[in-house]
Ligand binder design. Structure first.
Ligand SMILES: *Cc1c(COP(=O)(O)O)cnc(C)c1O
Length: 432
C-alpha cells in the first residue's frame, strides 16, 4: 500500500515512510492510494469474528505487503486488547463505549496501534526514534500508554504546569523508562512552540531522529475504522443504521467514512459539534471558514479548523453536494450539553461525558425527522471530565478501581521553563 498527499496525488510514499514521517513535506495529509474493498462474505458473516479478528482482517488490507501476517496478528491482538461494548440506551439510540482502554478515551485505540506499528517499522534501525508530543492533557496520556516499554523509541511529552487534571498528570507521569514527562512553566501554546522549534532545529536534527505521534498520522486513523465494524457486529437491529460522532478534528468521523467506503452499510454519518461549528456551517452553507477555537465544556472538541477536513474534501473531491449527502452536522452549546447529561441520567440512569452528550443531542435531533437506528460513539469515560461536570450535576460519578490506584502513584517528571534554549539543552543531554 502506498500513500499520497492530499495536496499532491503524485507525491507517493510507502505506508512505512508515511507513518514514520507522519506528515508530507507539502503540508497535506497522507491518504491510502486506494481504499480497500472488504469481501462481502466477511461483512455478512461478521458475527463469527472476534473484535481482534475483525481488526486483523481490516488491517491486512493496508499492511499485508509491508508487515508479515503473524506479526500483524500480534500487533492487532496487543493493541486491541479491551472491548467496545454497544449499550442500548433508548429506542433507536445505542452507545458504543470506546473508553475501556488504559486512559479511558477512544484515543487509546489509535495510540496503541500506531505505537506498535511504528515500533515494528523501526526496531531494526540502529538509532533511537525520538517522538516529541505537546499535549493539553489527553493525547499525551494515550501516546505514553501506547509507547511505554518500547526499546528503540523514546517519547518526550510536554504539558503545561498546573493546567492538566490530577488524573491526566498521573497518566502522563506514571511511566518512567522510555517516557519522559516535561512539565513546562507556560501554557499549551508554549509547549507546542517548543516542539515546533525543535523539529526545525538543524543541530537537534543532526543528532536525534525526531518524529511525531500527531493525531493526523494515518496509523491512528486506520485502527479507528475497526470499531465501526465491531459496532455493526453487535448491532441487533437490522434496520437502516447511521453513526453519530462527537467531533473536533474529525479523525473519528473520517474513519467512519473510510469504513463505509470499505463496504460497511452505513447510511449517514452525523457529526456532532459544540459551539465550535465551522463544519456544521460548511454543511449548511457550502463555505468553509476556519476560525479561532472557543472554550467549551467538551474541550477535546474545541477546534476551529479541523485537521481532517482536508481528508474529507479529498474523499468527496471537494464536492459540497456529495459531502452533505453523506454527512449531516449539528452543533450545541454548553447549556444544552448539561441539560442532556442530567436528562439521560434521570431517564435512563446512564452517565454521559460532555463530549458524548453533544453526540446524544445530535442523535435526538436527527431522530425528530428520521426513523432509523443510531449508533453513538462515546469518546470518553465521564470520570475524565468529573471536575468540569461537578458544578452542574447533583449525582456523583464513580471512579473505576484502576483509576483510584493510578492517582496514588508517584510520578516521574522534570520541570522546565518555556525558553527554547532550556528545552534544547535538555534534549541534547538526555536523549540519544
Ligand atoms: C479527541 C476527542 C474527540 C474528538 O475526536 P476527533 O477525532 O478529533 O474528532 C472527542 N471526544 C474526546 C473525549 C476526545 O478526546
Amino acid at each position: 500500500m502506498n500513500l499520497y498527499s492530499t495536496n499532491n496525488k503524485d507525491l507517493k510514499v510507502s505506508i512505512r515512510e508515511g507513518i514514520l514521517k507522519s506528515l508530507p513535506a507539502d503540508k497535506g495529509l497522507y491518504m491510502p492510494e486506494n481504499i480497500p474493498q472488504l469481501e462481502k462474505d466477511f461483512i455478512e458473516s461478521i458475527e463469527n469474528y472476534s473484535f481482534q479478528e475483525i481488526a486483523f482482517k481490516v488491517a491486512q488490507n493496508f499492511f499485508s505487503n509491508s508487515i508479515d501476517s503473524d506479526t500483524l496478528g500480534t500487533i492487532t491482538e496487543d493493541a486491541i486488547n479491551f472491548h467496545a461494548p454497544l449499550i442500548k440506551v433508548e429506542n433507536n439510540i445505542s452507545i458504543l463505549e470506546l473508553f475501556h482502554g488504559p486512559t479511558l478515551a477512544f484515543k487509546d485505540f489509535g495510540a496503541r496501534f500506531m505505537a506498535r506499528i511504528m515500533n515494528h517499522y523501526w526496531k531494526n534501525e540502529n538509532k533511537k526514534l525520538n517522538i516529541l508530543v505537546a499535549t493539553s492533557g489527553d493525547t499525551g496520556g494515550a501516546v505514553a500508554a501506547g509507547f511505554s516499554g518500547m526499546e528503540n523509541i523514546n517519547v518526550t511529552i510536554l504539558y503545561p504546569k498546573g493546567k492538566v487534571s490530577n488524573l491526566q498528570e498521573a497518566q502522563l507521569t506514571k511511566w518512567g523508562g522510555n517516557i519522559i514527562a516535561l512539565e513546562v512553566e507556560g501554557n499549551f501554546d508554549d509547549c507546542q512552540s517548543l516542539v515546533k522549534e525543535a523539529f526545525i532545529d538543524p543541530e537537534i536534527n543532526k543528532k536525534l531522529n525526531l518524529s511525531s505521534a500527531n493525531s493526523i498520522n494515518i496509523a491512528r486513523l486506520i485502527p479507528q475504522t475497526f470499531y465501526y465494524f465491531e459496532a455493526f457486529k453487535q448491532n441487533k437491529s437490522k434496520s437502516k443504521t447511521s453513526f453519530v460522532v462527537p467531533s473536533g478534528n474529525f479523525g473519528n468521523l473520517t474513519a467512519g467514512i473510510l469504513a463505509k467506503k470499505m463496504g460497511l452499510p452505513i447510511h449517514k454519518m452525523i457529526a456532532a459539534t459544540n459551539a465550535n461549528d465551522v463544519f456544521s456551517k460548511y454543511i449548511k452553507q457550502g463555505k468553509y471558514k476556519p476560525t479561532k477555537a472557543i472554550s467549551t465544556l467538551s474541550n477535546a472538541m474545541d477546534i476551529g479548523n479541523p485537521s481532517n477536513f482536508a481528508r474529507i474534501m479529498d474523499i468527496y473531491s471537494s464536492t459540497w453536494n456529495d459531502v452533505k449527502n453523506n454527512i449531516l452536522s449539528y452543533s450545541f452549546n454548553d447549556q444544552d450539553t448539561i441539560s442532556q447529561i442530567i436528562q439521560t441520567h434521570k431517564e435512563h440512569g446512564y452517565v454521559l461525558d460532555p463530549h458524548t452528550a453533544v453526540g446524544y443531542l445530535a442523535a435526538r435531533n436527527y431522530l425528530k425527522s428520521h426513523e432509523e437506528n443510531l449508533i453513538l460513539l462515546s469518546t470518553a469515560h465521564p470520570v475524565k471530565f468529573a471536575k468540569e461536570m461537578k458544578p452542574h450535576i447533583s449525582f456523583t460519578i464513580p471512579y473505576p478501581a484502576k483509576i483510584e490506584e493510578e492517582l496514588n502513584l508517584v510520578g516521574h517528571k522534570q520541570e522546565i521553563s518555556s525558553n527554547y534554549s532550556d528545552f534544547k539543552a535538555y534534549l541534547l543531554t538526555h536523549l540519544t
